[in-house]
Each structure stands twice: as C-alpha cells, then as structure tokens.
Design a protein around this ligand. Sequence first.
Ligand SMILES: NC(=O)c1ccc[n+]([C@@H]2O[C@H](COP(=O)([O-])OP(=O)(O)OC[C@H]3O[C@@H](n4cnc5c(N)ncnc54)[C@H](OP(=O)(O)O)[C@@H]3O)[C@@H](O)[C@H]2O)c1
Length: 325
Amino acid sequence: MRAILATEPGGPEVLTVSDRPDPTPAPGEMVVTIAAAGLNRADLLQRQGFYPPPPGASDVIGMECSGTVAALGEGVSGWSVGDEVCALLAGGGYAEQVAVPAGQVMRLPAGVPLIEAAALPEVACTVWSNLVMTARIQPGETLLVHGGAGGIGSFALQLAQALGVTVLTSAGTEDKRAFCRSLGADVAIDYHHEDFVQVAKEHGGADVILDNMGAKYLARNVDALADGGRLVVIGLQGGAKAELDINALMRKRASVAGTTLRSRPSDGPRGKAAICAEVVEHVWPLVEDGTIRPIIDATFPLEQAAAAHERMTSGEHTGKLLLTV
Ligand SMILES: NC(=O)c1ccc[n+]([C@@H]2O[C@H](COP(=O)([O-])OP(=O)(O)OC[C@H]3O[C@@H](n4cnc5c(N)ncnc54)[C@H](OP(=O)(O)O)[C@@H]3O)[C@@H](O)[C@H]2O)c1
C-alpha cells in the first residue's frame, strides 16, 4: 500500500509517499481501507520528531480515519467486510489501509458522508472524554474553551451547547470569533487583545476550562476558575513547564488534570475503546439530529499531505483538515 512517511524530522517537505506492506489484522483487530484521514496538531509535532508514536503503534502519521472494513481478525464479531466505519488510531492514518483494535472502530453517524466522518473520531473522543468523563461538566455550568475555531474547539463549542453549558471561547481574528458565535459560543474573546480571566470573572468564573496552551496559560487559567472549577489541559502550544500556585487551587477547591488520548490503552475502563463506546452512544445521536456537524476547512489528496500540514501550520484554518485517499 501507499503511505505517507516523514523521511527525517523536519518541515512539511519531509512528508513523502512510500510503499508499505499491506497490514494484516492481529487477533481483536480489523483492517480498514481508508477513504479519508483527519489531521491533528500532534501530527505536526510527530513530523518534526517531537512526538513519537506509542510503543507498538504504526510509525505512519495519522490518528483518525474513515473507510470500509477490509478484513476481520480472530475474535472480532459484529462487523462485516464492506461496512462503512470511522476509527480512532494510535497511528497509521495517512495510508491506504490501517489495522486497528476493533474497539476503536465506530459505525458512521447516520447521514454523515464517508469522507466527512474522518473529521469526527479524534475531536469527538477528546472532547467527550475530557469534558464529560474527566471534568464531569454539568448543565448550567460555564465552560471556557481556548481556541474555539480549531478542530477541537469547533467540536467543543457544539457539544457544550448541546449539554446546556454557557460557553466562553477565544479566537485570533474577528472572522473566527463570528464563526465561534455561530457554533453556539455565548462570548468570543480576542486572545490577542482581551483578558480571558476578566471575561471569565464577569461570568462568575469558569467551572471547566479546556486548555490547549499549557504552561503559558496555567496561572491565568487557575485565576479564571470558579470555586470547585476543573482545569483540563490537553495541549502544550504554550509550553510544558510552569509554576502552579497550589494555594490558589486549594482556596477554590479546584483541580488541574492533564490528559492525552493517544497514550491511553485500547482496553480498560478509561481506554480508547470505552471512550469510543460512549461517543457512539451519546455523541452520534447529536450528530444524527444535526445538533453537531463535522466542520471541515479543506480536503487534500493524500499525496498533498505536505500542503495540508502547511495550512495547519499557518493557523488560517477553521475546523478540520482532511486527506482523501
Ligand atoms: N490531549 C489530547 O488527547 C489531545 C487530542 C487532540 C488535540 N489535542 C490538542 O488540542 C489542541 C487543538 O488541536 P487541533 O487539532 O484542534 O488544532 P488546531 O485546529 O490547529 O487548533 C489550534 C487552536 O489553537 C488556538 N490558539 C493559538 N494560539 C492561541 C492563544 N494564544 N490562545 C488561545 N488559543 C490559541 C487557535 O486559535 P486561532 O485559530 O483563532 O488562532 C486554534 O483554535 C492542540 O494543542 C492539540 O495538541 C490534544
């Protein structure tokens, strides 16, 4: 099969089409013939050599795909060859085929075209697992989502609105802030010129913060939390190391969590398969009734993965970027 590999750590130009052996399914796995793969910000880090795949995962970049079932491994039931699916991957998405544990394969939400479904697994699983399973967000609470116009952000705004949450978010341009409001954000903050802490305090503090910035925002995020607030850090766009004022946390009875989806095991109560099962049960109905839609900025042919990486690096995109196979 053809796959996109980074020939060496570097810029988008190191992504080249290579030949790889066709995958075969191990027991408990399925092989999917890929129709489309979603881009994620971590893909840029992996290409640069900063985010190696977890042990045992494919070294081909790509953490989500949609496609059709091509083969079933020993012990896999409930699926047939030819079924249309989407899947959460530990790697291997920028390719014609991928082998994936069956628990990470999801049916398509009814009404979503096969290509567009590649935009859903990573954002749905990340946002659901962090807002609902980790932060236990409740209707009537206030959520601050940094970067509401990105892939994760645009999904988080829609899910939060569906959950009956007041949503504060931020974006870098007025066009993107208008886009965030159109997706259900109650307030869209200009992160270049406005202070999100002040805006959060005007709303009584944030009960939950979904943070992509890490170190750069840690102190201000803690300041922006309401009593009993939960800060969930999922990205390190502003660095990994910062000082934490534990006293400030204690006074608010607040908590800080950090999670990654990719490093979770497939099985177990908090594993990828458990998250996928919750997403199919709770999120797909919201996609099927139109409450949440996949937001796709652009699609590129697989061979143009470098151009897709350049677009994500530029930060001009809103929502998701896809590669079609
Ligand atoms: N831990 C996990 O399991 C997990 C899983 C998936 C993604 N993530 C993380 O989630 C983040 C978003 O990923 P993505 O794939 O959605 O990438 P993306 O589409 O490129 O989104 C990046 C976002 O960062 C925003 N941003 C840039 N500078 C900012 C600032 N100073 N303050 C606030 N926001 C800022 C951008 O806002 P503008 O576009 O308005 O400039 C954009 O919305 C990344 O950090 C990624 O690593 C984590």
